[in-house]
Write a protein that binds this ligand. Structure first.
Ligand code: ADP
Ligand code: MG
Length: 393
Protein backbone atom coordinates (compact mmCIF):
# COMPACT_ATOMS: atom_id res chain seq x y z
CA UNK A 1 0.00 0.00 0.00
CA UNK A 2 2.86 2.37 0.61
CA UNK A 3 5.03 3.99 -1.98
CA UNK A 4 8.06 3.54 0.21
CA UNK A 5 8.90 -0.02 1.03
CA UNK A 6 11.58 -0.86 3.51
CA UNK A 7 14.32 -3.33 2.90
CA UNK A 8 13.95 -6.14 5.33
CA UNK A 9 15.66 -9.42 5.66
CA UNK A 10 13.15 -12.15 4.93
CA UNK A 11 12.46 -14.28 7.97
CA UNK A 12 11.90 -17.98 7.23
CA UNK A 13 8.60 -17.86 9.06
CA UNK A 14 7.42 -14.35 8.38
CA UNK A 15 3.85 -14.26 9.45
CA UNK A 16 1.06 -12.85 7.49
CA UNK A 17 2.50 -13.85 4.17
CA UNK A 18 0.41 -16.46 2.42
CA UNK A 19 1.56 -19.96 3.25
CA UNK A 20 3.15 -21.73 0.30
CA UNK A 21 0.70 -24.62 0.28
CA UNK A 22 -2.37 -22.66 1.43
CA UNK A 23 -2.07 -24.04 4.93
CA UNK A 24 -0.08 -22.81 7.90
CA UNK A 25 1.98 -25.17 9.99
CA UNK A 26 -0.73 -25.12 12.63
CA UNK A 27 -2.77 -27.19 10.19
CA UNK A 28 -5.25 -24.60 8.98
CA UNK A 29 -5.39 -21.51 6.86
CA UNK A 30 -6.61 -19.05 9.48
CA UNK A 31 -4.31 -16.13 10.03
CA UNK A 32 -5.31 -15.94 13.69
CA UNK A 33 -6.41 -19.03 15.57
CA UNK A 34 -7.20 -19.24 19.27
CA UNK A 35 -7.86 -22.77 20.44
CA UNK A 36 -9.60 -23.48 23.77
CA UNK A 37 -7.98 -20.52 25.47
CA UNK A 38 -8.46 -20.02 29.21
CA UNK A 39 -7.10 -17.06 31.13
CA UNK A 40 -7.16 -17.05 34.90
CA UNK A 41 -5.89 -14.04 36.85
CA UNK A 42 -4.73 -14.51 40.41
CA UNK A 43 -6.37 -11.80 42.50
CA UNK A 44 -6.51 -11.01 46.21
CA UNK A 45 -10.00 -12.50 46.20
CA UNK A 46 -8.73 -15.70 44.59
CA UNK A 47 -8.44 -16.91 41.00
CA UNK A 48 -10.55 -14.99 38.47
CA UNK A 49 -11.41 -16.56 35.14
CA UNK A 50 -11.33 -13.83 32.48
CA UNK A 51 -11.50 -16.14 29.44
CA UNK A 52 -13.14 -19.51 29.26
CA UNK A 53 -12.61 -22.02 26.44
CA UNK A 54 -12.30 -19.35 23.81
CA UNK A 55 -12.06 -20.45 20.19
CA UNK A 56 -11.60 -17.83 17.54
CA UNK A 57 -10.56 -18.04 13.91
CA UNK A 58 -9.83 -14.97 11.86
CA UNK A 59 -8.90 -15.11 8.20
CA UNK A 60 -6.65 -12.80 6.25
CA UNK A 61 -8.42 -9.60 5.25
CA UNK A 62 -11.18 -9.79 7.83
CA UNK A 63 -12.20 -6.75 9.85
CA UNK A 64 -13.43 -8.18 13.13
CA UNK A 65 -15.15 -6.06 15.75
CA UNK A 66 -15.02 -7.46 19.30
CA UNK A 67 -17.88 -6.22 21.45
CA UNK A 68 -19.13 -6.91 24.96
CA UNK A 69 -19.81 -5.19 28.25
CA UNK A 70 -17.08 -3.58 30.28
CA UNK A 71 -15.12 -6.30 32.09
CA UNK A 72 -16.31 -9.06 29.74
CA UNK A 73 -12.77 -9.95 28.64
CA UNK A 74 -12.31 -7.99 25.39
CA UNK A 75 -8.88 -6.59 26.21
CA UNK A 76 -7.76 -9.90 27.69
CA UNK A 77 -8.83 -11.62 24.46
CA UNK A 78 -6.92 -9.33 22.11
CA UNK A 79 -3.91 -9.30 24.44
CA UNK A 80 -3.68 -13.04 23.70
CA UNK A 81 -3.26 -12.26 20.01
CA UNK A 82 -0.55 -9.64 20.55
CA UNK A 83 1.18 -11.71 23.21
CA UNK A 84 0.83 -8.84 25.69
CA UNK A 85 -0.77 -11.46 27.89
CA UNK A 86 -0.35 -15.22 27.97
CA UNK A 87 -3.08 -17.87 28.13
CA UNK A 88 -3.34 -20.05 31.25
CA UNK A 89 -4.36 -22.91 28.94
CA UNK A 90 -4.94 -23.35 25.24
CA UNK A 91 -3.08 -22.18 22.16
CA UNK A 92 -2.72 -18.98 20.19
CA UNK A 93 -1.45 -19.20 16.62
CA UNK A 94 -0.80 -16.25 14.39
CA UNK A 95 0.13 -17.58 10.99
CA UNK A 96 2.85 -20.12 11.68
CA UNK A 97 3.78 -18.75 15.07
CA UNK A 98 2.62 -20.38 18.32
CA UNK A 99 2.47 -17.04 20.16
CA UNK A 100 1.72 -18.72 23.52
CA UNK A 101 5.12 -20.41 23.48
CA UNK A 102 7.30 -17.37 22.75
CA UNK A 103 9.55 -15.93 25.45
CA UNK A 104 9.57 -12.20 26.18
CA UNK A 105 12.42 -11.25 23.86
CA UNK A 106 11.15 -13.43 21.00
CA UNK A 107 7.72 -11.90 21.51
CA UNK A 108 9.04 -8.36 21.22
CA UNK A 109 10.77 -9.14 17.93
CA UNK A 110 7.80 -11.05 16.57
CA UNK A 111 5.29 -8.40 17.59
CA UNK A 112 7.36 -5.58 16.13
CA UNK A 113 7.18 -7.16 12.70
CA UNK A 114 3.77 -8.73 12.70
CA UNK A 115 1.28 -6.77 14.74
CA UNK A 116 0.51 -3.07 14.92
CA UNK A 117 -1.18 -2.15 18.18
CA UNK A 118 -3.46 0.84 18.74
CA UNK A 119 -4.75 1.79 22.19
CA UNK A 120 -7.61 3.92 23.44
CA UNK A 121 -5.29 6.55 24.93
CA UNK A 122 -2.92 6.67 21.94
CA UNK A 123 0.17 6.14 24.15
CA UNK A 124 2.49 8.34 22.14
CA UNK A 125 5.76 9.24 23.83
CA UNK A 126 5.22 12.83 25.01
CA UNK A 127 8.83 13.97 24.68
CA UNK A 128 9.27 12.79 21.08
CA UNK A 129 7.90 14.67 18.09
CA UNK A 130 5.12 13.11 16.06
CA UNK A 131 7.44 11.91 13.31
CA UNK A 132 9.86 10.50 15.88
CA UNK A 133 7.00 8.56 17.44
CA UNK A 134 6.17 7.03 14.07
CA UNK A 135 9.83 6.18 13.44
CA UNK A 136 10.18 4.40 16.77
CA UNK A 137 9.01 0.90 15.73
CA UNK A 138 11.36 1.05 12.72
CA UNK A 139 14.21 2.13 15.02
CA UNK A 140 13.51 -0.83 17.31
CA UNK A 141 13.25 -3.18 14.35
CA UNK A 142 16.53 -1.90 12.95
CA UNK A 143 14.82 -1.49 9.62
CA UNK A 144 16.27 0.71 6.88
CA UNK A 145 18.60 3.70 7.25
CA UNK A 146 17.64 6.62 9.43
CA UNK A 147 16.80 8.60 6.32
CA UNK A 148 14.57 5.81 4.97
CA UNK A 149 12.77 5.58 8.28
CA UNK A 150 12.12 9.26 8.30
CA UNK A 151 10.85 9.18 4.71
CA UNK A 152 8.52 6.33 5.46
CA UNK A 153 7.24 7.96 8.65
CA UNK A 154 6.49 11.15 6.71
CA UNK A 155 4.75 9.13 4.04
CA UNK A 156 2.55 7.39 6.63
CA UNK A 157 1.78 10.71 8.31
CA UNK A 158 0.79 12.14 4.95
CA UNK A 159 -1.62 9.23 4.50
CA UNK A 160 -3.14 10.05 7.86
CA UNK A 161 -3.22 13.73 6.87
CA UNK A 162 -0.83 14.56 9.66
CA UNK A 163 2.32 15.49 7.73
CA UNK A 164 1.91 19.18 8.54
CA UNK A 165 2.17 18.37 12.25
CA UNK A 166 5.17 16.06 11.99
CA UNK A 167 7.54 18.18 14.04
CA UNK A 168 5.14 19.04 16.84
CA UNK A 169 4.90 17.24 20.15
CA UNK A 170 1.83 15.00 20.57
CA UNK A 171 0.35 17.36 23.19
CA UNK A 172 0.10 20.09 20.55
CA UNK A 173 -2.55 18.24 18.52
CA UNK A 174 -6.09 17.00 19.26
CA UNK A 175 -7.07 13.52 20.45
CA UNK A 176 -8.31 12.51 17.01
CA UNK A 177 -5.03 13.68 15.50
CA UNK A 178 -3.02 11.79 18.11
CA UNK A 179 -4.94 8.65 17.22
CA UNK A 180 -4.04 9.16 13.54
CA UNK A 181 -0.40 9.37 14.59
CA UNK A 182 -0.82 6.18 16.63
CA UNK A 183 -2.25 4.45 13.55
CA UNK A 184 0.69 5.66 11.46
CA UNK A 185 3.02 4.31 14.14
CA UNK A 186 1.21 0.96 14.15
CA UNK A 187 1.72 0.77 10.38
CA UNK A 188 5.41 1.69 10.53
CA UNK A 189 6.75 -1.83 10.02
CA UNK A 190 3.93 -2.71 7.62
CA UNK A 191 2.52 -5.50 9.80
CA UNK A 192 -0.17 -7.71 8.28
CA UNK A 193 -2.31 -7.45 11.43
CA UNK A 194 -3.60 -4.47 13.35
CA UNK A 195 -5.07 -4.91 16.80
CA UNK A 196 -6.92 -1.96 18.28
CA UNK A 197 -8.36 -1.74 21.80
CA UNK A 198 -11.24 0.76 21.80
CA UNK A 199 -9.38 3.05 19.39
CA UNK A 200 -12.34 5.39 19.17
CA UNK A 201 -13.29 5.19 22.85
CA UNK A 202 -11.78 8.56 23.65
CA UNK A 203 -12.96 10.39 20.52
CA UNK A 204 -16.13 12.28 19.68
CA UNK A 205 -18.43 10.46 17.28
CA UNK A 206 -17.39 12.39 14.16
CA UNK A 207 -13.70 11.84 14.81
CA UNK A 208 -14.46 8.22 15.66
CA UNK A 209 -16.10 7.93 12.28
CA UNK A 210 -13.05 9.17 10.38
CA UNK A 211 -10.75 6.87 12.37
CA UNK A 212 -13.06 3.97 11.59
CA UNK A 213 -12.98 4.91 7.91
CA UNK A 214 -9.17 4.78 8.02
CA UNK A 215 -9.38 1.23 9.38
CA UNK A 216 -11.85 0.24 6.67
CA UNK A 217 -9.44 1.61 4.06
CA UNK A 218 -6.57 -0.42 5.51
CA UNK A 219 -8.70 -3.57 5.37
CA UNK A 220 -9.51 -2.81 1.73
CA UNK A 221 -5.74 -2.72 1.14
CA UNK A 222 -5.30 -6.17 2.67
CA UNK A 223 -4.70 -5.66 6.38
CA UNK A 224 -6.44 -7.88 8.92
CA UNK A 225 -7.94 -5.94 11.81
CA UNK A 226 -9.16 -6.99 15.21
CA UNK A 227 -10.84 -4.06 16.93
CA UNK A 228 -12.46 -3.85 20.33
CA UNK A 229 -15.24 -1.31 20.44
CA UNK A 230 -18.06 -0.19 22.67
CA UNK A 231 -19.84 1.34 19.75
CA UNK A 232 -22.34 -1.09 18.24
CA UNK A 233 -22.95 1.18 15.25
CA UNK A 234 -19.28 1.10 14.37
CA UNK A 235 -19.17 -2.64 15.02
CA UNK A 236 -21.92 -3.21 12.48
CA UNK A 237 -19.71 -1.72 9.81
CA UNK A 238 -16.94 -4.27 10.39
CA UNK A 239 -17.08 -7.43 8.28
CA UNK A 240 -17.69 -9.56 11.35
CA UNK A 241 -18.69 -9.12 14.98
CA UNK A 242 -17.54 -11.30 17.82
CA UNK A 243 -19.52 -10.95 21.03
CA UNK A 244 -17.90 -11.80 24.33
CA UNK A 245 -19.79 -12.14 27.60
CA UNK A 246 -18.24 -13.13 30.92
CA UNK A 247 -15.14 -14.40 29.19
CA UNK A 248 -16.99 -16.59 26.71
CA UNK A 249 -17.47 -16.03 23.00
CA UNK A 250 -21.04 -16.23 21.86
CA UNK A 251 -21.61 -18.39 18.80
CA UNK A 252 -21.54 -15.80 16.04
CA UNK A 253 -24.19 -17.34 13.81
CA UNK A 254 -26.58 -17.64 16.72
CA UNK A 255 -26.38 -13.91 17.43
CA UNK A 256 -26.75 -13.20 13.75
CA UNK A 257 -29.71 -15.47 13.10
CA UNK A 258 -31.63 -14.68 16.29
CA UNK A 259 -31.20 -10.96 16.85
CA UNK A 260 -34.02 -10.98 19.41
CA UNK A 261 -32.09 -13.05 21.93
CA UNK A 262 -30.68 -11.13 24.87
CA UNK A 263 -27.01 -11.44 25.68
CA UNK A 264 -27.84 -13.74 28.61
CA UNK A 265 -29.92 -15.98 26.36
CA UNK A 266 -27.11 -16.04 23.80
CA UNK A 267 -24.57 -17.06 26.44
CA UNK A 268 -26.82 -19.84 27.73
CA UNK A 269 -27.69 -21.03 24.24
CA UNK A 270 -24.04 -21.05 23.24
CA UNK A 271 -23.38 -23.37 26.16
CA UNK A 272 -26.25 -25.65 25.07
CA UNK A 273 -25.05 -26.12 21.53
CA UNK A 274 -22.74 -28.77 20.35
CA UNK A 275 -20.57 -28.08 17.28
CA UNK A 276 -20.41 -31.09 14.98
CA UNK A 277 -18.37 -31.52 11.82
CA UNK A 278 -19.53 -33.72 8.95
CA UNK A 279 -17.28 -34.76 6.05
CA UNK A 280 -18.51 -34.10 2.48
CA UNK A 281 -21.61 -36.16 1.75
CA UNK A 282 -22.12 -37.42 5.32
CA UNK A 283 -25.68 -37.69 6.56
CA UNK A 284 -26.74 -35.43 9.44
CA UNK A 285 -30.37 -36.44 9.80
CA UNK A 286 -32.46 -39.07 8.05
CA UNK A 287 -35.97 -38.56 6.68
CA UNK A 288 -38.56 -40.39 8.77
CA UNK A 289 -36.31 -40.84 11.82
CA UNK A 290 -37.31 -39.29 15.14
CA UNK A 291 -36.58 -35.56 15.26
CA UNK A 292 -34.82 -34.51 18.44
CA UNK A 293 -32.48 -31.64 17.62
CA UNK A 294 -32.34 -28.20 16.10
CA UNK A 295 -29.42 -27.44 13.77
CA UNK A 296 -27.75 -24.24 12.65
CA UNK A 297 -25.22 -24.36 9.82
CA UNK A 298 -22.01 -22.72 11.04
CA UNK A 299 -19.66 -23.68 8.19
CA UNK A 300 -19.99 -25.05 4.69
CA UNK A 301 -23.19 -26.11 2.97
CA UNK A 302 -25.77 -28.81 3.67
CA UNK A 303 -28.17 -30.38 1.18
CA UNK A 304 -31.83 -31.07 1.82
CA UNK A 305 -32.54 -34.31 -0.02
CA UNK A 306 -36.02 -35.60 -0.89
CA UNK A 307 -37.03 -38.89 -2.54
CA UNK A 308 -38.40 -38.95 -6.09
CA UNK A 309 -41.24 -41.15 -7.39
CA UNK A 310 -38.72 -43.11 -9.42
CA UNK A 311 -37.12 -44.28 -6.20
CA UNK A 312 -34.18 -41.92 -6.53
CA UNK A 313 -33.54 -38.70 -4.70
CA UNK A 314 -33.02 -35.09 -5.51
CA UNK A 315 -31.47 -32.14 -3.74
CA UNK A 316 -34.43 -29.87 -3.02
CA UNK A 317 -32.44 -27.02 -1.58
CA UNK A 318 -29.10 -26.10 -0.05
CA UNK A 319 -28.57 -24.37 3.26
CA UNK A 320 -25.54 -22.22 3.96
CA UNK A 321 -23.81 -20.81 7.02
CA UNK A 322 -26.42 -18.97 9.08
CA UNK A 323 -29.40 -21.06 7.91
CA UNK A 324 -31.02 -23.68 10.09
CA UNK A 325 -33.09 -26.86 9.94
CA UNK A 326 -35.03 -29.18 12.22
CA UNK A 327 -37.19 -26.36 13.59
CA UNK A 328 -40.38 -27.44 11.83
CA UNK A 329 -40.29 -30.91 13.34
CA UNK A 330 -39.57 -29.59 16.84
CA UNK A 331 -42.27 -26.91 16.62
CA UNK A 332 -44.95 -29.14 15.03
CA UNK A 333 -43.93 -32.61 16.15
CA UNK A 334 -43.39 -35.61 13.86
CA UNK A 335 -40.34 -37.27 12.34
CA UNK A 336 -37.66 -35.66 10.17
CA UNK A 337 -39.22 -34.34 6.97
CA UNK A 338 -36.09 -34.69 4.85
CA UNK A 339 -32.67 -36.22 4.81
CA UNK A 340 -29.95 -33.66 5.34
CA UNK A 341 -26.30 -34.13 4.43
CA UNK A 342 -23.08 -32.21 4.21
CA UNK A 343 -22.80 -31.10 0.57
CA UNK A 344 -20.58 -33.18 -1.69
CA UNK A 345 -18.33 -30.16 -2.14
CA UNK A 346 -16.83 -30.19 1.35
CA UNK A 347 -17.03 -30.50 5.09
CA UNK A 348 -19.94 -28.87 6.91
CA UNK A 349 -20.20 -27.82 10.53
CA UNK A 350 -23.47 -27.49 12.41
CA UNK A 351 -24.39 -26.25 15.86
CA UNK A 352 -26.89 -28.72 17.29
CA UNK A 353 -29.24 -28.04 20.19
CA UNK A 354 -31.39 -30.58 22.01
CA UNK A 355 -35.14 -30.39 21.79
CA UNK A 356 -35.63 -29.32 25.43
CA UNK A 357 -33.15 -26.45 25.17
CA UNK A 358 -34.64 -25.36 21.86
CA UNK A 359 -38.22 -25.41 23.11
CA UNK A 360 -37.25 -23.57 26.30
CA UNK A 361 -35.58 -20.85 24.26
CA UNK A 362 -38.56 -20.50 21.96
CA UNK A 363 -40.90 -20.29 24.94
CA UNK A 364 -38.75 -17.51 26.41
CA UNK A 365 -38.24 -15.35 23.36
CA UNK A 366 -41.37 -14.29 21.51
CA UNK A 367 -39.41 -12.60 18.73
CA UNK A 368 -37.38 -15.72 18.13
CA UNK A 369 -40.49 -17.92 18.08
CA UNK A 370 -42.13 -15.62 15.53
CA UNK A 371 -39.05 -15.63 13.32
CA UNK A 372 -38.86 -19.43 13.45
CA UNK A 373 -42.58 -19.82 12.74
CA UNK A 374 -42.30 -17.49 9.80
CA UNK A 375 -39.49 -19.51 8.24
CA UNK A 376 -41.24 -22.79 9.03
CA UNK A 377 -44.39 -21.67 7.24
CA UNK A 378 -42.61 -20.52 4.12
CA UNK A 379 -40.64 -23.77 4.06
CA UNK A 380 -43.76 -25.89 4.38
CA UNK A 381 -45.35 -23.92 1.53
CA UNK A 382 -42.18 -24.39 -0.54
CA UNK A 383 -42.20 -28.13 0.16
CA UNK A 384 -45.84 -28.40 -0.89
CA UNK A 385 -45.15 -26.52 -4.13
CA UNK A 386 -42.11 -28.68 -4.73
CA UNK A 387 -44.11 -31.85 -4.29
CA UNK A 388 -46.81 -30.65 -6.70
CA UNK A 389 -44.17 -29.70 -9.32
CA UNK A 390 -42.61 -33.11 -8.98
CA UNK A 391 -45.85 -35.02 -9.19
CA UNK A 392 -46.10 -36.17 -5.55
CA UNK A 393 -49.49 -36.48 -3.98
P1 ADP B 1 -12.85 -5.52 29.00
O1 ADP B 1 -11.70 -5.13 28.14
O2 ADP B 1 -13.91 -6.29 28.28
O3 ADP B 1 -13.43 -4.37 29.72
P2 ADP B 1 -10.83 -6.99 30.48
O4 ADP B 1 -10.37 -7.99 29.49
O5 ADP B 1 -9.94 -5.82 30.67
O6 ADP B 1 -12.32 -6.52 30.12
O7 ADP B 1 -11.02 -7.69 31.88
C1 ADP B 1 -11.83 -8.85 32.03
C2 ADP B 1 -11.90 -9.19 33.48
O8 ADP B 1 -10.62 -9.61 33.95
C3 ADP B 1 -12.29 -8.02 34.37
O9 ADP B 1 -13.13 -8.49 35.38
C4 ADP B 1 -10.98 -7.54 34.93
O10 ADP B 1 -11.17 -6.95 36.19
C5 ADP B 1 -10.18 -8.82 35.01
N1 ADP B 1 -8.75 -8.56 34.84
C6 ADP B 1 -8.17 -8.05 33.75
N2 ADP B 1 -6.82 -7.97 33.89
C7 ADP B 1 -6.56 -8.43 35.15
C8 ADP B 1 -5.37 -8.60 35.93
N3 ADP B 1 -4.17 -8.30 35.42
N4 ADP B 1 -5.50 -9.09 37.17
C9 ADP B 1 -6.69 -9.43 37.68
N5 ADP B 1 -7.85 -9.30 37.00
C10 ADP B 1 -7.80 -8.81 35.75
MG1 MG C 1 -10.79 -3.32 27.80
Amino acid sequence: MFGIQLRRTPTPNANGHPPANGTYRNGNDHLIHLHTVDKVFQTAAGPFRALHQVNLEVDRGEFVAVIGKSGSGKSTLINMVTGIDRPTAGQVFVGDTPVHTLGESQLAVWRGRNVGIIFQFFQLLPTLTIVENVMLPMDFGGIGTNRERQERAMHLLAQMEMADHAHKLPSAVSGGQQQRVAIARALANDPPILVADEPTGNLDSRTADTVFALFAGLVAEGKTILMVTHDRDLARRATRTVIIADGEIIEEQLAHVFPDLTEDQLVRTTREIDLQKYPAGAEIIHAGAAADRFYLVTKGTVEVVVPTDQGGEVVATRLERGQYFGEIELLRGGPNLATIRAAATGEAEVAAMDREAFLALVAESTGTRQALEHIAQSRLAENAAYRVRNGHA
